[in-house]
Ligand binder design. Structure first.
Ligand SMILES: N[C@@H](CCC(=O)N[C@@H](CS)C(=O)NCC(=O)O)C(=O)O
Length: 222
């Protein structure tokens, strides 16, 4: 039986799990849940993930949550193409880049995304501007890497590219929202300010499954 992936539109975590399946060309059944209907808090969902969050991967009797756990499960189930490297040095470099995203970027991204999508921009202007500045420092670091390489780590597509890309797309979407415009965060056209990052994004977009996994409600809003 094919694996099942429970996901929600616009969740960067779920998108990463989907991309890992797609890049590895693992057959799976897509289970798109609707947040507004509370499907992720239904008893049947909580039985798979007591935290009531997406993604969840179901593989026969195994129900797995936490995106990195899912990605590593997939890597062990189907090692090729390798997303987490083949040598100790490659693997360490990929994990380092994922950790850098988690520790130096994701909180800053959340500080912008949350007020834009859930309200409170007027009260959070100072924090949002500081967060945008910190994110620009990270974009500059990535731009520097991508100026000389096609991919973030080891010059090959890896879990590091999967980890970074959905978060960047979401930040850009938040930066483009009308409520964010008066703040001049310069997050609406990341590719313009960081051209190598823009070329990398195009590369990510041409990997398997990008269109299929693109958040459906973003397409409707476009
Ligand atoms: N640490 C979790 C985070 C998952 C997560 O935060 N998912 C969000 C969507 S981006 C969610 O399902 N939120 C629904 C809720 O908390 O009610 C992972 O790595 O999978």
């Amino acid at each position: 039986m094919a694996m099942e992936l429970y996901w929600g539109s616009g969740s960067p975590f779920a998108w990463r799990a989907l991309l890992a399946l797609e890049w590895k060309k693992i057959p799976y059944t897509s289970k798109l849940i609707t947040f507004s209907k509370g499907e992720h808090k239904a008893p049947s969902f909580l039985a798979m993930n007591p935290r009531g969050k997406v993604p969840v991967l179901k593989d026969g009797d195994v129900a797995l949550y936490e995106t990195l756990a899912i990605m590593n499960y997939l890597e062990k189930k189907q090692p090729e193409p390798a997303l987490f490297g083949r040598t100790p040095t490659e693997t360490a470099a990929i994990w380092r880049e994922i950790s850098e995203c988690q520790y130096y970027f994701e909180n800053q991204a959340f500080a912008v995304i949350a007020p834009v999508f859930f309200g409170g921009v007027d009260q959070k202007t100072t924090e949002m501007k500081a967060a945008a500045e910190a994110m620009h420092a990270e974009f500059a670091r990535l731009e520097n890497i991508l100026g000389g390489h096609d991919w973030l780590v080891n010059n090959k597509p890896s879990a590091a590219d999967i980890w970074w890309s959905p978060e960047i797309m979401l930040v850009e979407r938040a930066g483009s929202a009308d409520v964010a415009k008066p703040l001049n965060l310069d997050l609406a056209s990341i590719s313009k300010r960081y051209p190598a990052l823009g070329r990398w994004r195009t590369r990510v977009e041409t990997q398997p499954g990008y269109e299929r996994t693109y958040p459906p409600h973003w397409k409707q809003a476009a």
